[in-house]
Design a protein around this ligand. Sequence first.
Ligand SMILES: Cc1ncc(COP(=O)(O)O)c(C=O)c1O
Length: 410
Amino acid sequence: MTQNVTSFPVQSVRDQFPALKRTFHERTVAYFDGPGGSQVVKSAIEAMTAYMERGGANLHGSFPSSWETEDIIADTKALISDFLNVKPAEVAFGANMTTLTLAIARALGRQWGAGDEIVVSEIDHRANVDPWIQMAKDQGMTIRWISVDPNSMTLNLDELQHVINENTKLVAVGLASNAVGTINDVPTIAEKAHEAGAIVAVDAVHGAPHITIDRDQLGADILLCSAYKFFGPHVGIAAIREAVFEKLEVYKLNPAPSFIPDKLETGTQNHEGIGGVKAAIEFFEGFGTGDTRRERLVSGIKQIEEYENSLATRMREGLRSLDKVTLYEADDSYAKTPTFAFTLDGYTPQEVCERMTEEHGIFVADGDFYATTLSSKCGVDQSGGWIRAGLAPYNTKEEVDRFLHALQQF
Ligand SMILES: Cc1ncc(COP(=O)(O)O)c(C=O)c1O
């Protein structure tokens, strides 16, 4: 079923997000800061409090709160396996995406040395760049970059044949830019990487709230995301292809498990948070139809995507019509998340965001959003970066109009 802007149940979605009731200076807050962290769905908040109220425990105990904790973790991994199209045994949790990536990079690096190469991208958030670079430097490896075209806001894929070669061990690329929203052509990059025998690490943190993820269709060997970007709590998720995961020599305590996926999960996990992740993913499933859970997840995410895209069109047209706005985006032939990076003539991004908050109750963020290579190539790094407005399924067309109207006041 195709969802359109009028049939998407936005009011019932909004009812599921308690934070939307918040007011600031007597105005209902409009949240446009989803790419920095979405609001949390009530069912996830309830799952977390329920876990703690019922009595939490550590693993491997012979009592209910312990085996219930193990069940929550297993159930959440099974759900993530349908969410990302991976196996439950390939899923590990961690503090956040960055911490997991640092650990995975250090572990992978133990297999590599001088003469080996890694490839990172200029469009990415540095969380999918610096862990790999630091590992490569430690191992004496060569670092290569896929460059970004600052006019088209897309990666220069015609460079792939020079950048990826028989020495390439790993290619790290983002699914979508958290700054400008471009959805990268990951399958093409992954294909080239695999031809060279390299591992592909995909940062799906920004893509996960907006588009369906299929690990195999992307060609990812390592897939990373973070539940606080998709309506859940602060829990990082790594899905690592079994063959790669088995060989991964993780840094871990001696008595800790050496089997996958547990070997990557150092210390005690955020059990209540993992319960919240399950509820957050079930939020997507709630929109969907289909016989299997994967089908319901895919169809649910599609409903959200179509609704967000309809809002995004309204936002894009509005921003493009404002003389003072410079919008940094790929052209209409590229798929994009509903994320807008722009500047406003005569004001720093911080000034704009402060006034949006104070005068309009609109929460929207400024900065480079750790996409520092992109921001410097776009020439905004010395002037406070961008204003970044992101849409979520709880945003409305009235909020988009309120946002555009607020910008007209500058
Ligand atoms: C695209 C992208 N990658 C990685 C990260 C880092 O994620 P985390 O905060 O879970 O470490 C972010 C956070 O903003 C992001 O937007």
